[in-house]
Design a binder for this molecule. Structure first.
Ligand SMILES: NC(=O)c1ccc[n+]([C@@H]2O[C@H](COP(=O)([O-])OP(=O)(O)OC[C@H]3O[C@@H](n4cnc5c(N)ncnc54)[C@H](OP(=O)(O)O)[C@@H]3O)[C@@H](O)[C@H]2O)c1
Length: 310
């Protein structure tokens, strides 16, 4: 069969098109495109079906696992596909590793090294227990996130644009330095012993719950890493769609109660806004996928992220 590859403007990208077996998959097509355009490896390619001029519909994205024939009209042995180059890609593991490594390394620098002397503060620095516990708590959190990235999560998307590494690192590394600076500051005033224990206690329970939520999500996918979404259930997922985000938000609340800096509360609010946005999209997606029609299960009534508000 013949496949013509065009750009979004309709310009032919591969002169004369590509000849493929009738049983070829989209993945074979991607390899063939890569063969002709060395820079454009498969995960950089977004292949869609062309839209009618003026159409407002979303284009159909070709699934690499499907046969090309499935996208052809009956009795036609050729297909035109639109290729978009997504730019350089990195694996999700690489993305997550670099974004979490920053805070894991930056935070202890403020605790262990004479950063404040270097910044012009005179006199001895007295380290309060809250600052030491905060260091352990922080490092445990990011170490856990790196371990989960490599040994727990089963991602459905192969890659992410390289530019996201810079964007996400800027977010995590800057907040890491901002919070570390204030919590470890020589003029830091610790909260009462009770408040510290309540904060870290709540935070720790939520971190462990968050880990358990990630194990539940992991078990929704088969080990070969194939994509697809299931209705999460069990533990907090029986009540909340994005229980992992809920526990993440509450564990940062625990940290903020225990350390009480404006910086940690700012991070809490920003992180909660980001996760709420994502949770709304995930909730919508699951409700759409499991609409109760044509034999599909119906998505149960649940909170999105923060009961009893949302
Ligand atoms: N502090 C912050 O600013 C912040 C922001 C975001 C996240 N986080 C933390 O990072 C963790 C991971 O974040 P994330 O956004 O990657 O979480 P996520 O999208 O909820 O997913 C975690 C993993 O579970 C999979 N998954 C989710 N729902 C599923 C379903 N219904 N069926 C099958 N698999 C499903 C995901 O697959 P896909 O690969 O298909 O998505 C992904 O591999 C969060 O739980 C949170 O602890 C922190």
């Amino acid at each position: 069969m013949k496949v013509f590859v065009v750009s979004q403007s309709g310009r032919e990208i591969i002169k004369g098109g590509l000849d493929l077996h009738d049983s070829a998959t989209v993945s074979d097509l991607q390899e063939a495109i890569h063969g002709r355009r060395k820079k454009c490896y498969p995960s950089r390619q977004r292949l869609t079906l062309p839209l009618q001029p003026g159409s407002k519909e979303r284009p159909v994205v070709l699934n690499p696992k499907k046969k090309i024939q499935e996208y052809c009209h009956e009795n036609f042995n050729n297909l035109t596909v639109v290729l978009k180059d997504l730019g350089p890609q990195v694996s999700y593991r690489t993305l997550f590793f670099w974004e979490y490594l920053g805070p894991l390394v930056i935070y202890p620098i403020f605790y262990y090294f004479p950063v404040y002397q270097f910044l012009g503060f005179k006199g001895d620095r007295v380290i309060h227990p809250a600052q030491t516990y905060a260091l352990y708590y922080w490092c445990f959190h990011y170490f856990k996130r790196i371990m989960e990235t490599f040994f727990v999560h089963r991602f459905s998307h192969a890659t992410s644009p390289l530019s996201n590494v810079f964007r996400n690192c800027a977010y995590y590394w800057t907040f890491g330095a901002y919070i570390a600076y204030y919590v470890n500051h020589p003029l830091y005033t610790p909260v009462s012993d009770l408040q510290m224990k309540v904060g870290f206690g709540l935070g720790l329970v939520c971190q462990i719950s968050n880990f358990y939520c990630h194990l539940i999500l992991k078990n929704l996918r088969c080990p070969d890493g194939g994509g697809g979404y299931q209705i999460p259930s069990g533990f907090l997922f029986n009540f909340v769609t994005c229980a992992n985000y809920t526990t993440e938000i509450y564990q940062w609340l625990g940290f903020s109660i225990a350390t009480q800096t404006v910086a940690s509360y700012v991070f809490l609010v920003v992180a909660a806004c980001i996760m709420t946005n994502w949770a709304l999209a995930k909730h919508r997606r699951l409700k759409k996928l499991f609409d109760g029609k044509d034999g599909r299960p119906k998505y149960p009534r649940r909170w999105v992220i923060l009961p009893p508000f949302l």
